[in-house]
Design a protein around this ligand. Structure first.
Ligand code: NIG
Ligand code: FE
Length: 406
């Protein structure tokens, strides 16, 4: 009946990964309405508690709902042709210099209507959800005009309204230099600062602002101007930085209190120290590393030594990471970056949530009071989720207390 609280749901005898670690003993989790109300070892589950609950599951593995904190899910067109060129030896940077790469997706995205972009992005998001994603970040960055960037952000918002998933939107106007500004990148940065950011902020379409700080994109000084404009509108910042070279974008982003610095294969010790000072999250993107056949590893040991939280995300996009498969990224994080399965899982739960500024609400963790975003898996251990690349293991996906996948 409307207004009556629902009977609490109970998952019992689960192997629990709480967002940071696997609990040593079998656990019980109780969900009331939209939040987790109790988390306890089975030995402490009294008969009275169990009797007041509806049993939703027994055994298996429970993790927080996965958090994919870096995606470019909204885009038009395909870059399968560039995939073939890269296999023939043409580099990602060379393709970008020839006007392909991100700009090829910009042409297709500008040509697509809002409804077309929505229809194309929806199954991509559903693919992530089928693998356990309950929170996802979606960036703009393939419009590069005020109207087209806002169009992308509206599509991202609509996706979050039409599907049971939390969508966090990020304005990435400074992703690439559009052809109209070929000889005047500063003028384009002015457009981003003076028009794009204010419009996105006023219309409530962006939760954060991102930049691509790289030789084939924007300089550290230009990215800093974008961050200053974001701050003036109360928006947190983050950066694609140190992906192909070491420009110092990460250290600059850290000075602006960035939520995260992403890719960071070329990050040096000073950059790691700056991230530690700022409390920024290191978002590692093994899908892009794999697709671009990179060889330079991110500075994992230095990040660990400095206790910089490490997140893992798909970077799902049509160019550098056409991989819409979050649990495959757990496997890649282990095999390519030598993260432990525990680190990889924390990277797609607790630390992914931190990279989006969602950790304060308890997202990415299983603890009393946190929103009930959970995954219940058919797996022998949490580590097995990173070990085997095996779709179909998700038995239930719980979003805001509702089982959305059974
Ligand atoms: O995260 N590094 C820049 N941006 C994206 C790639 C986007 C694309 O190639 O379309 C990334 O890898
Ligand atoms: Fe990216």
């Amino acid at each position: 009946m409307a207004g009556n609280p629902k009977t609490p749901g109970l998952w019992r005898d689960v192997v629990l990964f709480d967002g940071h670690d696997t609990r040593a003993e079998p656990m019980a989790v109780v969900v009331e309405d939209d939040h987790i109300s109790r988390v306890m070892p089975m030995t402490e589950l009294g008969r009275d508690v169990a009797a007041g609950c509806r049993e939703m599951g027994r055994g298996g593995v429970m993790t927080p709902g996965l958090v994919d904190c870096h995606t470019h899910l909204v885009f038009g067109g395909s870059r399968a042709d560039e995939f073939e060129q890269r296999l023939e030896g043409v580099s990602y940077e060379e393709i970008a210099r020839r006007g392909g790469g991100i700009l090829s997706t910009v042409r297709a995205t500008r040509a697509a209507s809002e409804d077309e972009l929505f229809a194309q992005a929806r199954p991509r998001l559903q693919a992530l959800m089928a693998e356990g994603v309950t929170s996802v970040e979606i960036k703009s960055g393939y419009g590069l005009t005020v109207a087209d960037e806002l169009k992308m952000l509206r599509v991202a918002r609509r996706l979050g309204e039409s599907l049971p998933v939390r969508v966090v939107t990020t304005l990435l106007g400074a992703h690439a230099l559009p052809p109209e500004y070929r000889d005047d990148s500063d003028a384009y940065i002015e457009l981003v600062c003076r028009e794009m950011i204010p419009a996105a902020a006023e219309q409530g379409l962006a939760d954060a602002v991102d930049v691509f700080c790289e030789k084939i994109a924007f300089s550290v000084a230009q990215c800093e101007r974008v961050f200053e404009a974001a701050e003036a509108h109360g928006l947190p910042v983050k950066a694609h930085a140190e992906q192909l070279s070491n420009l110092g974008g990460t250290a600059m982003a850290a000075r602006h209190g960035a939520l995260s610095a992403d890719h960071i294969e070329y990050l040096d010790e000073a950059g790691v120290a700056a991230m530690r000072e700022a409390g920024s999250v290191a978002v590692l993107l093994p899908g892009a590393f794999h697709t671009l056949r990179e060889t330079r590893l991110p500075p994992i040991e230095a990040l660990r030594a400095a206790s910089v939280p490490i997140a893992i995300a798909t970077d799902a996009n049509p160019g550098s990471s056409p991989l819409f498969h979050p649990t495959l990224m757990l496997n890649f994080a282990c095999t390519l970056f030598r993260l432990t399965p525990r680190e990889a899982l924390a990277g797609m739960t607790a630390h992914g949530a931190r990279a989006l500024g969602l950790h304060g609400q308890g997202l990415g963790r299983i603890e009393a009071g946190a929103p009930a975003d959970l995954c219940w898996w058919n797996a022998e251990s949490p580590a097995a989720l990173a070990y085997a690349v095996q779709p179909g293991r998700l038995r239930q996906r719980i979003f805001n207390g509702e089982v959305t996948h059974d």
